[in-house]
Structure formats: structure tokens, C-alpha cells
Design a protein around this ligand. Structure first.
Ligand code: NAD
Ligand code: UD1
Length: 338
């Protein structure tokens, strides 16, 4: 039997493909390269010394899914494929609703029809907004503040409804802030254009592609005034998916369950820049600028439920995240483009 990984050439999907292979699972990857490149598939195959099956296609194309389910013995799916840029989603909301909801609905429909029962879905801590209580637990109120966020909120609801109606077993994984790269430095995040997210931006300053980091706000009610997030190593996150699939055979069978994947540690923007400087071995230029509209002040996960139901917890600290992200960026200053 095999696991289908949608969005398998992307940042988190590629690392998860490697983790699943290492855990002894047979993997089939699907991606349309909307936000990734064939070089990522080559890197996965090189790392796993395997000819892992890759299908190029759009998840919204039902014939692609039918073909995969008919030709491979798929019994579980990890669904990463989505557009993910919050700012862009405000400008082109229909693209986001169309792709992210269309993919989730199409996939769930094909799974039900082909009798595939186990699904792990990429959700986000964005569904919590600014939580009233931190660390945030899975029973905190959810909502959204951008079309992207709504696609996660709505996908969660759609999957809850399908799970109840059609016996689908689902884990909704709410990721905190994934950073870092595979420790080999051959697989990592390769954002298009100027990065929106902090760590890719910091690393592009370190490698000389950008001049200095703008720290969005120095007057938040946090220990050093900059925003606080729960950064999690992408390989820890990948291993969380393996644990989630295992749990679908055990404690989480027969349900649709939301689980936080975070470390439980909050780090400020200035702490991240300092840890990155240590990893790089040189200072990283930054300046405190205005707050970014729409940003929350601070969030980090309560990871206790993940430990309880998945038997999983993160093991890599901020220094390791920065070491590995830098190792990837240093070896691939222009990402997969060379
Ligand atoms: P990514 O863009 O690197 O990977 C997503 C992949 O899906 C890309 O390779 C893209 O080409 C593919 N894709 C998109 N639409 C597709 C379609 N219709 N058919 C086939 N392939 C399609 O993003 P990522 O960072 O790896 O994120 C993976 C998932 O995790 C996404 O659902 C994202 O919303 C979610 N998530 C990401 C973060 C983050 O900070 N990276 C945080 C929380 C949640
Ligand atoms: C982003 C997404 C969110 C997603 C989360 C997890 C937005 C608005 N939100 O949030 O939906 O769930 O990633 O991946 O994009 N910062 C700077 N300078 C920069 C970039 C960022 O100071 O150049 C700060 C931000 O203000 C924030 C922190 O760094 O305090 C992290 O920012 P970012 O990496 O963009 O992630 P989130 O804002 O948490």
C-alpha cells in the first residue's frame, strides 16, 4: 500500500516525502509545479536513493486523481497542495478559494469514491488569529482574517462534515511557523520573488541577495517588543505527519481531529535574527520599521495534545533550525534555480 502526497514537490511536502520513505512507507507524489520545481523531486529521489513515483498534474483534475487511485494501491493521503501567500490571497481571492477549496473537495470526493479512508490535512495556526490565551490549545475559537485563512477554516469544516457523513478518518494538522531545511542542505524552501516570511528573508540578507531585514514593529507587548511566533523545524513537522498517519491506524481512527504541530516555545523576531547571525557567523543587518498590517502580536502552541495522541514532539531547537536553513541557503543561494 502507498501514501499519496499532494503538493509533494513543495517545501513541507518534499521533507515529508523523505520522512515517510525513511519510515518505510511507499510514497506517490502529486504536484503541478505551480509553486515548486522538478529539481525538488530530483532532490527527494537522490536523498531517498529511490525512484519514488511522481505524477505531474492538477489536483482539481478528477481524471488525474482517478488514474492515481486506479493504478496505485493508495490507502492514505497527506494533502499539502494549496496556494499559501496571505497577502496575495487578499488580491486574488477567487484563485485561493478556487484552488484550495477545489482541491480539498475534489480530493475528498475521489477518496470516498475509491474507498480511501485516511487523510492528513495541512491546516495552519492562522485559524486561531490572536488567541486570548497562550499557549494556544486546539479548543480555542477559530476564524480567519484573510481569504487564505478562510480556505483553511473552510477546508477544516468541509473535512469534518465529510468525515461524519462518509467515514473518512482525518487529522487536521495546525502548523505553527515551519523553518529550516533537510540537514543535507539539498532540500529546502525556495520562495518565489522577495520572501514574505521572516526566516527566508533573513537568510537572503545573510547570503547577500537582500540588504537588511525590516523588523515589523518594536513596540509590541512582548519581552523585547518584536513579534513572537512558534518556529518549528520542517523535519520535525515532517515527522509529525508520519506520526499522524500512524495515529489514524490507532487512537485517532474513526474521527476528525485537529492537532497543533508546534514546539511550545515562542521566539521573537530579534531572537530569530540573533540565532541566524550565530549560525551564519556574521551579523545580519536589520532595522525596526512599522508594524505589518494584519500581524498578530504573539502566538505559540500548546503541544501537549500532539504528544498525547500522536506520541510526537519536536526535538530540534532554534539554533538547529537556523543552522540547517543556512546550510541550505549557503549551498543554494538561488534555491533550486542554482
Ligand atoms: P508550497 O507552496 O511549497 O507547497 C505547496 C505545493 O502544492 C506546491 O509545490 C504547489 O506547486 C502545489 N500545488 C498547489 N496547488 C496545486 C494543485 N491544484 N494541484 C497540484 N499541486 C498543487 O507550500 P508549503 O509551505 O509546503 O505548504 C504546504 C501546505 O502547508 C499548504 O497547504 C500550506 O497552506 C500549509 N501551511 C504552510 C505553512 C508555511 O508557513 N509554509 C504554514 C501553515 C500551513
Ligand atoms: C505567516 C502567515 C500565516 C501562517 C504563518 C505560518 C501572514 C500575514 N501570515 O504568519 O497565515 O499561518 O505564516 O507559516 O503572512 N517579520 C518581520 N520582517 C519580515 C517578515 C516577518 O519582522 O520581513 C515578522 C512578522 O511581523 C512576525 C514574524 O516575523 O512577527 C513572522 O512572520 P512570518 O514569517 O511572515 O509569519 P507569520 O506572520 O507568523
Amino acid at each position: 500500500m502507498a501514501v499519496l502526497v499532494t503538493g509533494g514537490a513543495g517545501y513541507i511536502g518534499s521533507h515529508t516525502a523523505v520522512a515517510l520513505h525513511e519510515a518505510g512507507r511507499k510514497v506517490v507524489l502529486l504536484d503541478n509545479f505551480d509553486n515548486s520545481s522538478p529539481a525538488a523531486v530530483d532532490a527527494i529521489r537522490a536523498l531517498t536513493t529511490s525512484d519514488m513515483t511522481f505524477v505531474e498534474g492538477d489536483l482539481r483534475d478528477r481524471s488525474v486523481l482517478d488514474h492515481i487511485f486506479e493504478t496505485h494501491d493508495i490507502d492514505e493521503v497527506v494533502h499539502f497542495a494549496a496556494h499559501k501567500a496571505v497577502g496575495e490571497s487578499v488580491t486574488i481571492p477567487l484563485d485561493y478559494y478556487g484552488n484550495n477549496l477545489g482541491s480539498t473537495i475534489g480530493l475528498a470526493g475521489a477518496m470516498v469514491e475509491h474507498g480511501v479512508r485516511k487523510l492528513v490535512f495541512s491546516s495552519s495556526c492562522t485559524v486561531y488569529g490572536q488567541p486570548g490565551t497562550i499557549p494556544v490549545t486546539e479548543d480555542a475559537p477559530t476564524g480567519a482574517e484573510s481569504p487564505y485563512g478562510w480556505t483553511k477554516f473552510m477546508s477544516e469544516q468541509i473535512l469534518r462534515d465529510v468525515a461524519a457523513a462518509a467515514d473518512l478518518d482525518v487529522v487536521l494538522l495546525r502548523y505553527f511557523n515551519p523553518v529550516g531545511a533537510h540537514e543535507s542542505g539539498t532540500l529546502g524552501e525556495d520562495p518565489n520573488g522577495i520572501p514574505n516570511n521572516l526566516v527566508p528573508y533573513v537568510m537572503q540578507v545573510a547570503v547577500g541577495r537582500l540588504e537588511e531585514v525590516g523588523v515589523f514593529g518594536g513596540d509590541y507587548n512582548t519581552p523585547d517588543g518584536s513579534g513572537v511566533r512558534d518556529y518549528i523545524h520542517v523535519v520535525d513537522l515532517a515527522e509529525g505527519h508520519v506520526a499522524a498517519l500512524d495515529a489514524l491506524d490507532g487512537s485517532l481512527q474513526g474521527a476528525c481531529t485537529a492537532v497543533n504541530l508546534g514546539t511550545g516555545v515562542g521566539s521573537s523576531v530579534l531572537e530569530v535574527i540573533s540565532a541566524a547571525s550565530d549560525a551564519v557567523g556574521a551579523p545580519i543587518a536589520y532595522e525596526i520599521v512599522d508594524r505589518r498590517p494584519g500581524d498578530i502580536e504573539q502566538i505559540y502552541a500548546d503541544p501537549a495534545y500532539a504528544k498525547e495522541v500522536l506520541g510526537w514532539e519536536s526535538t530540534r531547537d532554534l539554533a538547529t533550525m537556523m543552522r540547517d536553513h543556512w546550510n541550505w541557503q549557503r549551498q543554494n543561494p538561488n534555491g533550486f534555480g542554482g
